[in-house]
Design a protein around this ligand. Sequence first.
Ligand SMILES: [Ca+2]
Ligand SMILES: [Ca+2]
Ligand SMILES: [Ca+2]
Ligand SMILES: [Ca+2]
Length: 231
Amino acid sequence: MSIETENNNTLSTADAVSLGSETKGRLSTSGDVDYYKFTTTSSGTVAISFDSPVNSAYYNYFQLSLWDASGNLHSYKNVGKDTTVSYEGLKAGTYYYKVDQYSSYSGDQYSFTPSFTAGSIDNFETENNNTRSTADAVSLGSETKGRLSTSGDVDYYKFTTTSSGTVAISFDSPVNSAYYNYFQLSLYDASGNLHSYKLVGKDTTVSYEGLKAGTYYYKVDQYSSYSGDQG
Ligand SMILES: [Ca+2]
Ligand SMILES: [Ca+2]
Ligand SMILES: [Ca+2]
Ligand SMILES: [Ca+2]
């Protein structure tokens, strides 16, 4: 068990923590920010069990977020009670776990324990993939997982066809809404010309017909509603 040391309010002053061991901290004020860092030696999933000093299903006292070594946000979750978040698709490296206040404030002690499970990340997006030039290459016929880290995140993927034809992309949505469009799915050609787009809030397969052989870009971004869950 270890205890945070202030000031740990920035990435550069983050407290180093060990995988598999518990760390305790508290938000000294509503403006306090606590950064922790840990390093994984192979790719896989880190699950962080957060032990909250309050137990509310309605009020979010804490925002828990994970950042990579370059400062890219992986994802965040707002919580008011004990919560375990699994961060999948992490390549080996250093990560930052940030705890800060959300809409309500508790200055009582919290604790968290990160645990690591090694695994392949071949089918996960890699941030930053926010432009066509940093698009993740994906294979036809295989599944890729990603998430919108924030409502402003944009995820580009690219694939190449070797002959003319139709590409059908089956999108597995983390939400299921017939009324709200959480995602905008777009297809662009190699020159950045838009083929078409579709607004969706549930599982949807779109067939893009009449494509000539070449490289295409598939863009996933947020539309009118936001879900940061994995899709
Ligand atoms: Ca603190
Ligand atoms: Ca702090
Ligand atoms: Ca993303
Ligand atoms: Ca992205």
